[in-house]
Write a protein that binds this ligand. Structure first.
Ligand SMILES: Cc1ncc(COP(=O)(O)O)c(C=O)c1O
Length: 382
């Protein structure tokens, strides 16, 4: 199989990730606990080490502010349900994944919050001035997707962060699902209060991993409570971070895998991985564009996007093409709406969707050439 669906989850993982998972699962997979036996302590130590690594990589205020979650969706829900109160207003954009838009729309439908969605321009980019214009005295959160999972466009979060800093009452939330591990993110320099990311995409951990960074000025209520592996005498959730937000047994195995993935990212460097992926996307576009059979979406400037490319053709629907590529050519791509209906509405590809390819570091030029040949064959291009 030629796997070109890394925007959904990265595959394959670096070899060191498989090795770390295997070793930890066989030797150390105890339930982490601060008051436990030596294996529990070692397991807790693995989590502490992971928080330090994330804190260094994203320049957080403290390792304890990195809360482990099931995935990016879990982190986003933890943030919204933890900070929003009745009457709050939220500014978001057209580019949001359902993991942002659905919790917010549900809260808006319940009459709890009001919501403004700032449109993206034709390149798939949001204007910081439009974000500023949408802010009201009731705005509590500005929530922006750093990289569009449909168009690959990278948003000007430094400028949007600057806008948010002008308003004391606003928390700036960034969804880094498509950029963590690929685009440098310094939460302090960018003024990010809440950073949600999956561990299973650009950080190369297994599925079931993710985190939420919570800045000290963000005041969250826990959206789940329970055991924390420490002092059990209190009837209430401990207020100490990270345990305040981390009830239940964490996915320590997955987190160990994610940190092995982070080792790989740091060694290769995010810039080099992103450059490779963007170049593979450009190679595909360069081969298909001359046929005139395909329309491409997103920004042309490599500096303004990650390695995700979406396209369409009149010859076949995206879903049909995706099925043919899978069944006849053993090529995995992602057709459809990519859990981002508002993005497709914005670029005019709703409800049919687009064909999305998202290479990873282990894809080669040969993979792209095989895909280009397959697409030309299926659509009758030359
Ligand atoms: C932009 C964006 N945000 C959030 C998510 C949700 O991530 P997860 O599947 O880890 O919950 C995705 C997943 O594709 C995404 O692309």
């Amino acid at each position: 199989m030629i796997y070109l669906d890394n925007a959904a989850t990265s595959f394959p993982k670096p070899e060191a990730v498989y090795q770390a998972l295997d070793k930890f699962a066989r030797e150390s997979l105890a339930n982490p606990g601060r008051a436990g036996h030596r294996m529990a302590l070692a397991s807790e130590e693995a989590l502490t080490n992971a928080r330090h690594r994330l804190n260094r990589f994203f320049n957080g205020k403290s390792p304890a502010r990195f809360i482990f979650t099931l995935n990016c969706t879990d982190a986003l829900n933890m943030a919204f349900k933890g900070v929003l109160n009745d009457g709050d207003h939220v500014v978001t954009t057209d580019l949001e994944h359902n993991s942002i838009s659905r919790p917010l729309v549900a809260m808006a439908h319940a009459g709890k919050i009001t919501l403004t969605r700032v449109p993206a321009d034709s390149t798939g980019t949001v204007d910081p001035a439009a974000v500023k214009a949408a802010i009201t005295p009731a705005t509590r959160v500005v929530a922006v997707t750093h990289g569009s999972n449909v168009l690959g466009t990278v948003q000007p979060i430094a400028e949007i962060g600057q806008v948010c800093k002008e308003f004391e009452h606003i928390l700036f939330l960034v969804d880094a699902a498509q950029t963590a591990g690929l685009v440098p993110i310094d939460v302090q320099a960018l003024g990010i209060d809440l950073l949600a990311a999956p561990g299973h995409k650009g950080l190369f951990g297994p599925t079931g991993t993710g985190f939420l960074y919570v800045s000290p000025r963000s005041k969250l209520r826990p959206w789940r409570e329970g055991g924390t592996g420490g002092d059990s005498s209190s009837p209430m959730q401990p207020t100490e971070y990270p345990y305040y937000l981390e009830g239940g047994t964490p996915n320590v195995l997955g987190i160990v895998g994610m940190i092995a993935g982070l080792d790989y990212v740091e060694k290769q460097t995010p810039d080099a991985i992103r450059k490779h992926e963007v170049e593979l996307c450009d190679r595909l576009r360069d081969q298909l564009e001359p046929t005139g059979a395909f329309t491409f979406y997103g920004h042309r400037d490599p500096a303004r996007r990650v390695g995700t490319l979406s396209m369409r053709t009149d010859v076949l629907s995206a879903v049909e093409l995706g099925g043919i590529l899978d069944q006849s050519f053993a090529i995995a791509i992602r057709p459809g709406l990519h859990c981002a209906p508002y993005t497709h509405m914005a670029v005019g590809s709703f409800p049919d969707g687009l064909l999305r390819i998202s290479p990873g570091p282990f894809n080669t030029e040969e993979h792209i050439d095989l895909l280009a040949t397959a697409l030309k064959e299926v659509t009758g291009g030359i």
